[in-house]
Design a protein around this ligand. Structure first.
Ligand code: CAA
Length: 294
């Protein structure tokens, strides 16, 4: 089975890494050649980390890298694919354009999956002539570590395609959970209101950044507190997902906290911008609360 991954950012390179490590030939496609170079370096660094921990051998690292091809042209990169996984930027128009193109480039039998965290699969399927073969395959960050793949069935996704993707997810060592196509699916229907409520709790002065994260880390055994996790995911992504829930259900309980809106407007996006609830200018090795919240 030939796999093509569209987008070589954090999610795209993680998805490509996992398939290549499990002996699949993977084309990684990105329109930006420098992004492809960066993705190659990131995958190599993450493989080194696995070798250093003894979880894989040098041979597996070499075969993983040999299974990867980096391509800056969609028509070339997706022509022979049996499965395309789109992990481009979380923007509905960008994704719809990509799926329109994929529908004309790919073989009729090719399954088109999206790693979207909240854009409706039914909407993505509707711009193709194969909505029965369009499905959500939502990986979690960091992809090589996190076991879950949330599989989202669009309104017209066939049961056969869903079964194929469930079986494939197990083959690459992941645990699939199937969800129907409603705003936020399962993962973000539950995760984003929790993160938004943590921000609201900070906004109302009920606790500081460290107190809120400590309660959830030590009291509820979460590996990261909700504010650190929001920084890790990206505050712009969190806001976009809150908006999808708010607009999709028309229920005010999903309205994004004004503090989240302000932070995104000001460019405080979390780890990727160097600052969010915490400050990452020192490399992020130590958690330092951002100056606005001290
Ligand atoms: N590639 C390969 N291995 C990696 C890695 C990567 N990118 N990142 C971490 N690892 C490995 C480490 O090598 C280490 O391996 P061992 O267990 O073999 O020692 C292990 O993962 C743990 O890493 P660290 O020791 O560096 O750090 P940690 O113990 O603090 O864990 C973490 C880091 C795994 C990120 C942990 O903090 C965690 O689980 N955080 C929560 C992550 C989470 O909730 N993700 C979902 C976000 S939501 C999402 O993605 C989707 C959405 O729609 C918004």
């Amino acid at each position: 089975m030939n796999i093509t991954v569209i987008g070589s950012g954090t999610m795209g390179n993680g998805i490509a890494h996992v398939f290549a490590q499990n002996n699949y030939k993977v084309n990684v496609v990105d329109v930006k050649a420098d992004a492809l170079e960066k993705a190659k370096a990131t995958i190599s660094k993450n493989l080194d980390r696995q070798v250093a921990k003894g979880s894989i051998s040098e041979e597996i690292k070499a075969s993983t890298l040999a299974n990867l091809t980096f391509v800056d042209n969609l028509s070339i990169g997706a022509a022979d694919a049996d499965l395309v996984i789109e992990a481009a930027t979380e923007n509905v128009n960008v994704k719809l354009d990509i799926f329109r193109s994929l529908d004309s480039i790919c073989k009729p039998s090719c399954i088109l999956a999206s790693n979207t965290s909240s854009i409706p699969i039914t909407k993505i399927g509707s711009v193709t002539n194969r909505p029965d073969k369009v499905i959500g395959m939502h990986f979690m960050n960091p992809v090589p570590v996190m076991k879950l793949v949330e599989i989202i069935k669009g309104f017209k996704t066939s049961a056969e395609v869903a079964d194929t993707i469930v079986a494939l997810s197990k083959k690459i060592g992941k645990v699939p959970a199937v969800a129907n196509d409603m705003p936020g699916f399962i993962s973000n229907r539950i995760l984003m209101p929790m993160i938004n409520e943590a921000i609201e709790t900070l906004f109302q002065g009920i606790g500081g950044v460290e107190e809120i994260d400590t309660v959830m880390k030590l009291g509820m055994a979460h590996p990261m507190g909700p504010l650190q996790l929001a920084d890790f995911i990206g505050l712009d992504v969190c806001l976009a997902i809150c908006n999808v829930l708010h607009e999709g259900f028309g229920n005010p309980k999903y309205a994004p906290c004004p503090l989240l809106v302000n932070m995104v407007t000001s460019g405080s996006l979390g780890v990727k911008s160097g600052s969010g609830f915490y400050d990452y200018s020192g490399g992020g090795k130590e958690l330092v609360v951002a100056s606005q919240f001290k």
